[in-house]
Design a protein around this ligand. Structure first.
Ligand SMILES: Nc1nc2c(c(=O)[nH]1)N[C@@H](CN(C=O)c1ccc(C(=O)N[C@@H](CCC(=O)O)C(=O)O)cc1)CN2
Length: 287
């Protein structure tokens, strides 16, 4: 019998992963290496402030050393690049992340490219993206990696399944497509300009919605028994946090679905810590 509308509990899974990472961190500390993460926040964006607070809190819980670098909204690109260079040289820091989006005067591409690829725990550097594309070992971008973990921990088989990804960003859409393909799913990529979107999404065994548009996926977009992963982080007209998927309308039709909040978001932060601990493990194995 097909299960109906089972909720994939990202919040709970992220807590389990943090516990596993706490143990790994304790082992590393005994070996003389405490994993360290630098979080760079430029400006006052309130959502970014929330996410950054979540990252620092998670570091504290796991025992990872963290440094929060808060820079004013009018910071120049040159000043930010100079700060990143210092962090690249800092041996207590194994992971660097610059919270996105950045203010308009700063090019995110130039900033990401300035991070030492071995400390790029977001997995956004072109070298990390190239490693992922070519099947080499890489820091996997946190949201896509979190999605894969959620699917696996929920016992959802991917081999031979048809996965449809709606969204083509460098942060989510493109890398999650590659990761699903790596698991032998057959992947279709759709985006904001796809015509007759529902004709694709209705074929999906696994549907990943990552467009950033409130409730753009409704009941008419899903096949019965599909697995739906909602990456959206939007505000409803009433101001409530909501995903790209109309959860109430879609849940009764599908086998599994992620909620917003409490789905993909917490896993993003857990996988950031995973990459930071991995980076420290690499350093520990070299010393
Ligand atoms: N440098 C980066 N910038 C951004 C990333 C990223 O991975 N690296 N991703 C997003 C934002 N993001 C992490 O930074 C992120 C978004 C949402 C959540 C989360 O846990 N959301 C909660 C709800 C939080 C709330 O109440 O507002 C949930 O879904 O339950 C974590 C991280 C863009 N920028």
């Amino acid at each position: 019998m097909v299960s109906r509308g089972e909720i994939i509990d990202g919040k709970g899974m992220a807590a389990e992963i943090r516990l596993e990472l706490k143990e790994k961190t304790e082992t590393l500390v005994q070996q003389g290496v405490r994993p360290g993460l630098a979080v760079v926040l430029v400006g006052e964006d309130s959502a970014s402030q929330t996410y950054v607070r979540g990252k620092i809190k998670a570091c504290n819980e796991v025992g990872v050393y963290s440094e929060l670098i808060q820079l004013p909204e009018d910071t120049s690109e040159k000043a930010l690049l100079a700060r990143i260079d210092q962090l690249n040289q800092d041996q207590s820091i194994h992971g660097i992340l610059v919270q996105l989006p950045l203010p308009a005067q700063i090019s995110p591409d130039r900033v990401i490219a300035a991070i030492d690829p071995e400390k790029d725990v977001d997995g956004f550097h072109p070298i990390q993206a190239g490693r992922l594309l070519t099947g080499l070992d890489a820091y996997l971008p946190c949201t896509p990696h979190g999605i894969l973990r959620m699917l696996k921990r929920s016992g959802i088989a991917l081999e031979g399944k048809h996965a449809v990804v709606v969204g083509r960003s460098n942060i989510v859409g493109k890398p999650v497509s590659l990761l699903l393909q790596r698991e032998n799913a057959t992947v279709t990529m759709c985006h904001s300009r796809t015509r007759e979107l529902s004709s694709y999404t209705r074929q999906a065994d696994i549907l990943v919605a990552a467009v950033g548009r409130y409730h753009m996926i409704g009941a008419e977009h899903v096949k019965e028994g599909a697995v739906v992963i909602d990456v959206g982080m939007n505000r409803s007209p009433e101001g409530k946090l909501a995903g790209d998927v109309d959860f109430e309308a879609v849940r009764p039709l599908v086998s599994h679905i992620t909620p917003v909040p409490g789905g993909v978001g917490p896993m993003t932060i857990a996988m950031l810590l995973y990459n930071t601990v991995q980076s420290a493990q690499r350093v520990a194995s070299l010393t």
